[in-house]
Design a protein around this ligand. Structure first.
Ligand code: APR
Length: 229
């Protein structure tokens, strides 16, 4: 039996844990310029600036706790097992700290660094990355294990295979403006999935969304998870 349910989460699921979303009022990109911290050019031009941005976010993470929405998805995974796949655009570790075991971080993971010479060399890291930080496998320079704009997200083959076979695709806490994640709903729909949106702002008459439930993630996600059979 293939994957029955694919859930995609975005920054909105972590908003009630106190983590800033990217767009909307007081969004991350109102405080930092994407060009300075989240592009390959930024990493070439000023790697310390990029590292310090992600060091700041990584250092702050322990002050933020998973919320009821993260916990509900972890419980749903326990109930559904391999029929369930969680894909997140978020780089925070709140899904894992809520108990989720299989989380595909398609935009990377704040708690990891990657080798500049060999992208297979990735490793857990909870400290402060500097220009002197070295890859533990080969000694080369490192970078945050974050997918920058203009870079290819991770796990795309696995995600597309799951979207082809799932019966239900649910997207939670995402503005659906950044591709390829924003295209998952139409892709899943084209293979016959039922599509549900759980978000603070719901899209009005989106052609690919069958059901939209408006509200705060900590309220609507646990209720939806309980109702899913
Ligand atoms: N509950 C539910 N949804 C919420 C909540 C909440 N408490 N607070 C905000 N939202 C919704 C907003 O209405 C918005 O639609 O979450 C969404 C957040 O959108 P963005 O800030 O654009 O975040 P996201 O969609 O995850 O961004 C996608 O863009 O910058 C890149 O790589 C970055 O992964 C990120 C990608």
């Amino acid at each position: 039996m293939g994957i029955k349910l694919v859930v995609l989460t975005g920054a909105g699921i972590s908003a009630e844990s106190g983590l800033r979303t990217f767009r909307g009022n007081d969004g991350m990109w109102e405080h930092e310029n994407i060009e300075d911290v989240c592009t390959p050019r930024a990493l070439r031009r000023d790697p310390k600036r990029v590292m310090d941005f992600y060091n700041f976010l990584r250092k702050g993470l322990p002050n933020h706790q998973p919320n009821a929405a993260h916990i509900a998805l972890a419980e749903l995974e326990k109930r559904l097992g391999d029929d369930f796949l969680l894909v997140t655009q978020n780089v925070d570790n709140l899904h894992e700290r809520a108990g989720s075991k299989r989380v595909l971080h398609m935009h990377g993971d704040l708690m990891k660094l990657r080798c500049m010479d060999n992208s297979d060399h990735e490793f857990m890291f909870d400290g402060e990355e500097t220009l002197e930080t070295k890859c533990p496998f080969c000694g080369a320079k490192t970078r945050p294990d974050i997918v920058f704009f203009e870079e290819v997200p991770f796990y795309m083959d696995e995600i597309q295979a799951a979207l082809r076979e799932c019966k239900e695709f649910v997207y939670i806490g995402t503005s659906s403006v950044v591709y390829p994640a924003a295209g998952f709903k139409s892709f899943a729909k084209s293979f016959g999935a039922h599509v549900t949106c759980l978000n603070l702002e719901v899209p009005d008459n989106d052609p690919y969304t069958d059901v939209s439930i408006q509200g705060k993630a900590t309220e609507i996600v646990p209720k939806w998870c309980e109702s899913f059979k």
